[in-house]
Ligand binder design. Structure first.
Ligand SMILES: *Cc1c(COP(=O)(O)O)cnc(C)c1O
Length: 422
């Protein structure tokens, strides 16, 4: 469900026409819909109305300040994985007591900054991190609230690059070592145990891996409580998938996910935490691009777009499918041609679609690459010295540039000529 629709023959984001934005900011650009962001957040949060729940938006999926602030106003907390994301979450107005800190390699500086800020909890991923956090806490005369991220050794049945809950993945504490880790934490004066955490992967489209992992966590919570540990917060991570292809069977609705969890958790007396990213923002964003050229290969037609893999890397990195539509409604026309939609970057992997049947896209036409709100702009870079693309937020009839396109001066600003080359 999203708010990108044809109205009077042209694609709109809510009540704003895409060509109107393109005329003002140029292409390519990301465009997000506030109504979609709010709706997805509310659908997720309301699914858990009966439980005591905190929904911490996974900032790594889309870290634009205005996106985070839109969600903060709805009551969202934040799941962060770096000091930079903590700065963003705070500036966006997320209160520290709604922030959880995940990640396998938090540095001492990052731990110290987050502890001073007073975040809700650290999701600790190793014994070494535990010892480092204890020392940092003692230096500050504080106690650091922790959950261990445990690795349940469950196959999430998703792309290998976004699977995180198998024992060969770098994430979390080995299942067999979890009890000993809690005992060690309980003995450290700078540490306060508050809960447990699990996150098995991303773009998960079937409830089975979740329920297998969560059942293991519940059993562990009972064991840990029997050992005398105070487990109040149960953080079940993110990972719920979205639909990237029109016509595909939709992934489980948050209501189904919630009913499964409430059934499993029945009587456990915990505060539930979640870290959804993609489910909130994935379908709330599109990447708008213009066709620069068309060209015929030996037995292919290439549509060469002004956006490229440096702007949206998902197809290249994860073999991900993104639906592509023309901004001008093809309407009832049945015309279809089979094309590769590629970018200008000098890499054969720079393609948004291969052998895709699309309505004809002519030179100068605008297209929209759909479902680009999550892991899109955040993974963009300046490869080939291409400028980062702007981000635009729409709210009803209004739109605003929420990250501006840099200048070529900005692009070069951090490079320095070595003194011996002057
Ligand atoms: C990436 C990540 C998430 C968000 O995953 P989605 O699939 O976007 O919901 C949540 N928690 C952790 C620890 C992550 O690394």
């Amino acid at each position: 469900m999203h708010h990108f629709e044809y109205k009077k023959g042209v694609l709109h984001a809510e009540d704003v026409s895409i060509p109107e934005i393109a005329a003002e900011v140029g292409t390519p650009f990301y465009c997000y819909s506030s109504a979609t962001l709010r709706r997805h957040y509310q659908v997720f949060a309301n699914a858990f109305k009966k439980s005591q729940t905190l929904v911490c938006f996974s900032v790594k999926s889309n870290s634009n300040l205005s996106v985070i602030r839109t969600l903060a106003r709805e009551g969202a907390g934040a799941d962060i994985v770096s000091a930079g994301e903590l700065h963003r979450a705070l500036k966006a107005g997320i209160p520290p007591e709604k922030i959880v800190f995940s990640g396998v390699g938090k540095t001492r500086d990052e731990l110290a900054f987050a502890l001073k800020t007073g975040i809700l909890q650290f999701n600790v991923e190793s014994r070494s991190e535990l010892e480092a956090l204890n020392q940092v806490a003692l230096e500050q005369n504080r106690k650091a609230p922790i959950s261990f991220r445990v690795n349940p050794d469950v196959d999430a049945s998703t792309h290998e690059k976004i699977s995180t809950g198998k024992k060969e993945n770098k994430f979390g504490i080995l299942w067999e070592e979890a009890r000993a880790a809690y005992d060690r934490a309980a003995a450290l004066p700078g540490i306060e145990i508050v809960g447990i955490d699990v996150h098995i992967g991303s773009q998960i489209t079937n409830l089975d891996p979740f329920s297998r992992a969560f059942q293991k966590v519940i059993d562990l919570v009972k064991d840990l409580r029997a050992q005398g540990h105070a487990i109040t917060n149960v953080d079940l991570g993110g990972g719920l998938g979205i639909n990237y292809k029109a016509g595909n069977e939709p992934p489980p609705h948050p209501e189904e996910y919630a009913r499964m969890i409430e059934t499993l958790m029945d009587g456990l007396q915990v505060r539930l935490l979640f870290e959804p990213g993609r489910m909130i923002v994935g379908n709330a964003g599109i990447l708008v691009s213009r066709v620069i050229y068309r060209k015929s290969g030996a037995d292919k037609t290439f549509v060469i777009a002004d956006a490229a893999m440096n702007d949206l890397v998902r197809p290249t990195l994860y073999d991900a499918h993104h639906d592509i539509i023309a901004v001008k409604d093809p309407g009832a026309s049945q015309a279809i041609e089979r094309v590769d939609v590629v970018g200008p970057v000098c890499e054969s992997g720079d393609a948004f679609a291969k052998d895709r049947d699309l309505p004809p896209l002519e030179e100068g036409d605008l297209m929209a690459i759909l479902s680009a709100g999550a892991y899109g702009a955040v993974q963009s870079n300046t490869y080939n010295s291409r400028l980062l693309v702007p981000e635009v937020l729409v709210d009803g009839r209004e739109f605003a540039v929420i990250r501006q396109r840099p200048s070529y001066e900005d692009l070069l600003a951090l490079d320095k000529v070595a003194p011996w080359l002057k």
